[in-house]
Design a protein around this ligand. Structure first.
Ligand code: F6P
Length: 348
């Protein structure tokens, strides 16, 4: 009997449970494999916290948010003692493979473990949709629903008070979630990390709108967005500022409020975007990814990450995705369509 370990690492996201269910059901029911569920991501692998999963453990969870296994952002890779502990536990549990459900960072570590001689398979999850090699990650569409709803709702107050309301949207270093929810929610201004914005261009756009009868504006800004003046800020600096309460949306509201006649307010959507039940698309995608993962396990086709390419669920070498980030291409049709509809990106 084949036996694999499964863990969820990094930020939680809707779709993890459907993916766990998908791979476990296919692997257990179709191929008779045994599964060790590892708790709290790589931390559980270090500490040897895992248990043999029974079918009832991965049944009835397709609609549930979060992860039944728990997760953590633990990165025990620079400490040789912890690395040894992870490898020891893999051997002690007698695993044929380790399945890692994670985003960019977690896939990078999965690849690293593969280089240390472990058999590893990755499934790409994240609300950010920033994993290279797959057209889509599960979690994105669920978060998109929440963010779009928020942009919709902000319209009410923006219109009633003739205010500028800003939705600060997650996505880490990429603009996918902001771009898509901004377009879907009809935001007047969309600001993403891939395009540095000019505050004066935004001011002009807003003033033009405010000067019309009933004028207001709704802005969708990515947490990682930066102005032209902030070009030199590293991604780390941006995260530090955010931790100090000076997130992208807060800074933008302050800058806009400097001018007479503008009332700008920010709503930071935060973890609401990661919570709740996965939308049907994510449930189906995660189930397909899980089933594909089980096929790879059965074939012994390790060192791969499952991916969606066009209509196909396929797999790519972990080496091709490890350590990379999938940014929004600046010439993306979505950007051009939004521009054509009059949306301001803070640039000429
Ligand atoms: O990667 C998912 C994500 O929610 C990002 O959008 C965000 O930048 C980050 O995680 C927040 O991480 P944490 O859960 O550590 O606050």
């Amino acid at each position: 009997t084949k036996r694999f370990g499964i863990l969820t690492a990094g930020g939680d996201c809707p779709g993890l449970n459907p993916a766990i269910r998908g791979i476990c059901k296919a692997a257990h029911l179709e191929y008779g494999m045994e599964i060790i569920g590892i708790e709290e991501g790589y931390r559980g692998l270090v500490e040897g916290r895992g248990r043999l999963l029974q079918p009832r453990d991965f049944s009835g969870i397709i609609h549930k948010g979060g992860t039944i296994l728990g997760t953590s952002r633990e990165r025990p890779f620079k400490d040789p003692v912890k690395v040894d502990m992870m490898i020891d536990n893999y051997r002690k549990w007698n695993l044929d493979c380790l399945v890692v459900l994670g985003g960019n960072g977690s896939q990078k570590r999965a690849h690293w473990l593969a280089e240390q001689g472990l058999n590893v398979i990755g499934l790409p999850k994240t609300i950010d949709n920033d994993v290279v090699g797959t057209d889509m990650t599960f979690g994105f569409h669920s978060a998109l629903d929440v963010a779009t709803d928020a942009v919709d709702r902000l319209h009410t107050t923006a219109q009633s008070h003739r205010r500028v309301l800003i939705a600060e949207i997650m996505g880490n270093e990429a603009g996918w979630l902001t771009l898509y929810s901004g377009i879907a929610g009809g935001a007047d201004v969309i600001l993403i990390p891939e395009l540095f914005y000019d505050i004066d261009i935004i001011r002009n756009h807003i003033n033009r709108r405010l000067s019309k009868p009933g004028g207001f504006s709704v802005i969708a800004i990515a947490e990682g967005a930066r102005s032209r003046d902030q070009k030199d800020l590293s991604k780390k600096d941006v995260k530090k500022l955010r931790a100090q309460g000076l997130s992208s949306g807060v800074q933008l509201a302050a800058a806009l409020n400097e001018r007479e006649g503008v009332e700008a307010r920010v709503s930071i959507l935060g973890y609401l975007q990661r919570g709740g039940s996965p939308v049907p698309y994510d449930r189906v995608l995660a189930t397909q990814f899980g089933t594909k993962g089980a096929e790879l396990l059965a074939r012994g086709d390790y060192g791969k990450m499952v991916a969606l390419q066009g209509q196909d669920i396929t797999a790519i070498p972990l080496a091709e995705t490890a350590g990379k980030t999938k940014y929004v291409p600046v010439e993306e049709l979505a950007i051009r369509s939004a521009k054509a509809a009059g949306t301001c990106f803070g640039m000429e």
